[in-house]
Write a protein that binds this ligand. Sequence first.
Ligand SMILES: N[C@@H](CCC(=O)N[C@@H](CS)C(=O)NCC(=O)O)C(=O)O
Length: 229
Amino acid sequence: MIDLYYWPTPNGHKITIFLEEAGLEYTIHPVDISAGDQFKPSFLAISPNNRMPAIIDPSPTTGEGPFPVFESGAILMYLAEKTGSFLPSDLRGRFDVMQWLMWQMGGLGPMAGQNHHFVRYAPEPVPYAIERYVNETNRLYGVLDRRLEGRDWVADEYSIADMAIYPWIVPHEAQRQNLDDFPNLKRWFSAMQKRPAVIRAYEKGTPWSSRPAVTEEGKKLLFGQKAGK
Ligand SMILES: N[C@@H](CCC(=O)N[C@@H](CS)C(=O)NCC(=O)O)C(=O)O
């Protein structure tokens, strides 16, 4: 039984998608990032970057006691290795997936994250920042659209790359992107939306996702962080 430290945000959804796809049993421990749960010492012991998601695998295949993992990309890689699924074992296939996972972790996630910040949460409009991150999100959508031309999934088979990318495309309207401009991406998005495991994963978040993602109090906690807190 995997312990999942989770809040229903794009990075959180990646992991419930994997767990549902793989049929692994898991317990959700909500980490209300608007209420400051991510700063609790018990959580920092698992995730020193005070970010969710994180997991603890109580029974890793090495058998050396519970194993904690933070960073959603690392969690996906860990779970893929543990289960032998959604990550090819041959070198080319493996790194075809890994490069798109890294593209999401280093590109789409951070850029769309800044897009969300300046479009939705900044206390006053900063036109330069909005244009910069909406444009960069648009460029990345274009890269993904070209990759998906003539293929069903981001790599040859459905993989952890699809699982990592999808939750960052779900808020495309809020990111000021129009999927009609990206026909291959739109087709892939629709196929992802229909997967039963993806539907179940999003349903798992509903007890918490009906609340506002970030409250006014939460904004102070989330957007004023410095070293030493
Ligand atoms: N690179 C990290 C990013 C995780 C992340 O940014 N999580 C956000 C929610 S999506 C969070 O926990 N924020 C809490 C905070 O900013 O204190 C990952 O992919 O796991």
